[in-house]
Design a binder for this molecule. Structure first.
Ligand code: HAM
Length: 424
């Protein structure tokens, strides 16, 4: 046992898996970048009150899972459990909502929830998120959903599903809530469930126990009780999603773990992820900005779990990005050739290739083994004879084929060699 180990429930990524993780994060971010979302960098801890008010006191996230502590000045601060509240705080504080609307922002980073660790459920989790603030347009809802869908598809995933529903708004939800409470009152509920129903009756609908599912079969659903404006909005979102060819399933029993949601709400679910199958989720939060002291602007966004996207990619057997640390590996034979190879490696890197080499005066055999282990497709072999000739031997590690080329041609030569279909 080493003297120090990482805190419990926190995944750490190091090569080679970290390359895949990084490639996934980059891919998800790129989808948002293509739709005009600007990056925002925010603190990982904030005033505790921001999350209590923004995310909601009745949520598990706030009531049970926050990393809250007093800093040295005695202020209560909390490691951010999610990103939306902080983005809204920044938009209000820096008046980002005074320019053209919607304000479109994208972020990536770690979030912290003191949950019981299990496969796919961590205490430090990584998300890529977007928030679009200041427009009610249902086409914007569809855009946000389509970005997530495209991001996951760009990663290579194909086996996920998109669940969609509408949670209504301040006009229709209160009446629906009363209806649901009346229905739940008539059921035979155990004490913890009764308590849950008291705090947030909607959350009871998510109870996975078969006996409860049976009791809840006839429960009233928000989707059947939307007001005209919410119904129209939701129909339009669906229309645009259809036009964008984004497939989805209606799931009127979807329950999100955060209180700020209104109207469009969605979740990306991957069936190979086991119990923690939510790969990403989001929705509208039309009352949040006013709740946090800003003007009354609506908003919509998502948070995609990078850790779970990685697990899903592994479950689907995908290769994402470059799992190998380099594509070209230099094998020097002697100090002079080491200097030459270092120079050639520099040239190739400046030309955009990923190049590594053997250091420390290794024997040829050891250096060739290192070249193989590096995952590179090509090895550059250079000895005294090549230095005299002004050449370098390029060996295709996939096929074993090799040829000598003039050093000056190397940058031109490697491109076609790398893409050549290897003879196995
Ligand atoms: P969320 O559903 O709480 O939403 O989290 C989004 C995603 O983060 C989840 O779908 C999941 O992939 C990942 N995630 C959450 N908790 C964990 C965990 N303990 N371990 C691993 N992954 C986890 C939000 O956070 C909202 N802020 C999303 C949003 C943005 N809604 C509107 N705008």
């Amino acid at each position: 046992m080493p003297d120090f180990v990482a805190p419990k429930g926190i995944p750490e990524y190091y090569p080679p898996v970290s390359r895949t993780f990084e490639a996934i994060r980059r891919t998800l971010l790129a989808a948002a970048d293509r739709a005009g979302y600007g990056p925002i960098e925010l603190p990982v801890f904030e005033d505790t009150g921001l999350f209590a008010r923004g995310v909601g006191e009745s949520t598990d996230v706030v009531s049970k899972e926050m990393y809250t502590f007093a800093d040295r000045g005695g202020r209560s601060v909390t490691l951010r459990p999610e990103g939306t509240a902080g983005v809204m705080r920044a938009v209000i504080e820096h008046s980002l909502d005074r320019g053209p609307l919607p304000v479109k922002l994208v972020y990536a980073g770690p979030f912290f929830r003191y949950e019981r660790p299990q496969a796919g459920r961590y205490r430090q989790l990584q998300q890529v998120g977007v928030e679009a603030i200041g427009s009610d347009d249902p086409a914007l809802d569809a855009e946000v959903i389509a970005i997530a869908d495209e991001g996951f598809r760009d990663v290579g995933l194909s086996q996920f599903r998109l669940d969609l529903t509408s949670l209504g708004d301040a006009v229709c939800r209160p009446a629906y809530r009363e209806r649901l409470i009346a229905f739940l009152d008539g059921l035979d509920l155990d004490e913890p469930t009764r308590e849950r129903a008291r705090l947030n009756p909607l959350r009871v609908l998510d109870d996975k126990r078969p006996a409860m599912q049976e009791q809840l079969a006839g429960a009233p659903l928000m989707l059947d009780h939307l007001c005209d404006a919410c119904r129209e909005h939701f129909d339009r979102v669906r229309q645009v999603l259809d036009a964008l060819s984004v497939p989805y399933e209606l799931n009127p029993r979807m329950v999100r773990g955060l209180d700020y949601y209104t109207r469009t709400t969605f979740e990306f679910v991957h069936p190979l992820l086991g119990a923690q199958s939510g790969m990403g989720g989001g929705g509208r939060y039309d009352g949040l900005m006013a709740e946090l002291g800003g003007q009354s602007l609506s908003g919509i966004g998502f948070g995609l779990g990078v850790d779970r996207t990685l697990l899903a990619a592994q479950a689907e057997g995908l290769t994402v990005g470059h799992p190998a640390r380099c594509e070209i590996f230099g094998v020097p034979m002697g100090p002079d050739s080491s200097l030459r190879l270092a120079t050639l490696a520099g040239e190739l890197r400046r030309a955009g290739y990923r190049v590594d080499m053997a250091y420390g005066g290794r024997a040829l055999k050891t250096a060739m083994k290192m070249a193989d282990a590096s995952g590179a497709a090509l090895a550059l072999v250079l000895g005294d004879r090549e230095i005299v000739d002004g050449t370098v031997v390029v060996r295709d590690l996939r096929s074993g084929e090799q040829n000598a080329y003039p050093m000056g041609d190397l940058v031109q030569v490697v491109g076609p060699l790398l893409t050549a279909v290897p003879v196995v």
